[in-house]
Design a protein around this ligand. Sequence first.
Ligand code: FES
Ligand SMILES: [Fe+2]
Length: 347
Amino acid sequence: MNPLHTTEGLMQFGLRDRWYPLCPSEHVRPGQLARLDRAGEELLLWRDAAGVVHVQEDRCPHRAARLSHGVHMGDRVACNYHGVQVDAEGTVVSVPGSPGCALEGRRVLRTFPAREHGGAVFAWFGLDESAPPAPLEVPGPIAGEEWAHFLCYVEWDAPYRYSLDNLLDPMHGAFLHRNSHTMFAGKREAVFQIRATDKGFVFEKTDQRGVNFDWVELTEGGAQWVTLDIPYPDTAGPGGPFTIVAALSAISEHRHAGFFWRCRKVSGWQRDSWRFLYRNRLEARHFAVLEQDREMAEAMPADAWDRENLYQHDIALVRMRRLLRAEAAKQAARLTEPAAPAPVPVA
Ligand code: FES
Ligand SMILES: [Fe+2]
């Protein structure tokens, strides 16, 4: 069975009816064909002559050769095996070896709605691929002009759900990152609460705010976002706290891509000053913190979820896993339900 039609598969590779970030925009270069595995799909990414990015299945509709091994022709891609040409809509526009054959004019290549935002390419993986996508709604810090942000992109050898766990676990800030420049302060004990929001929940310490990694918000809907604040020390220059907007996508069962938009609400000269400071001093420090997360996630055993003893600080994980599993089960049921019988013609 297609793993994407099972609850477990959807938990591993990501739910359908979601936008997923695939890669930084600059990874899809003009005139080139890029191949990526994301969210359980084998993908071809390319830009047309106008620079618009397209995401399609990396599988020639003729005999399944990799289109990413083909030729970029401006507004279409030609397969290298027998020359079949497919456009950005997924329609076969030419079969050079057999002109006029029935394959020409057919829309047979799976094509995923694609957008670019915040320096990343996103694609929509719908439960019903013929249905239009939901709008790509992005969190405030990467939505508008009042914020400045940098995108940090990583690929880690760990299941994507381990990184999601890590993001929903503020308490590790005070332990794993206690020697960092941003998470040295505050208590090492806490009592947490969960607050429901329109599209997810906030998980927050009840007895400390603005001192360490003290709250996190999960937004589930047309995409899965995690937003959190890390207070900046005075040495990080003027402006508000350091806000991280994170999104993840699975590469395989054991590997995932992480997108961390590092944001600060600053304008005018303060924005220039933060951008300068970030590039020259802060980025390397932030990266060192992220490396601690990577080392922890990559070393986790494959069956980590099977033998845990959770406590109060883990209620966000429990809630998130329950939400995802319920949705995954619903989607798996829809994907495997027998097709409705064809209507019987009335004599
Ligand atoms: S497999 Fe692509 S043209 Fe034949
Ligand atoms: Fe961390």
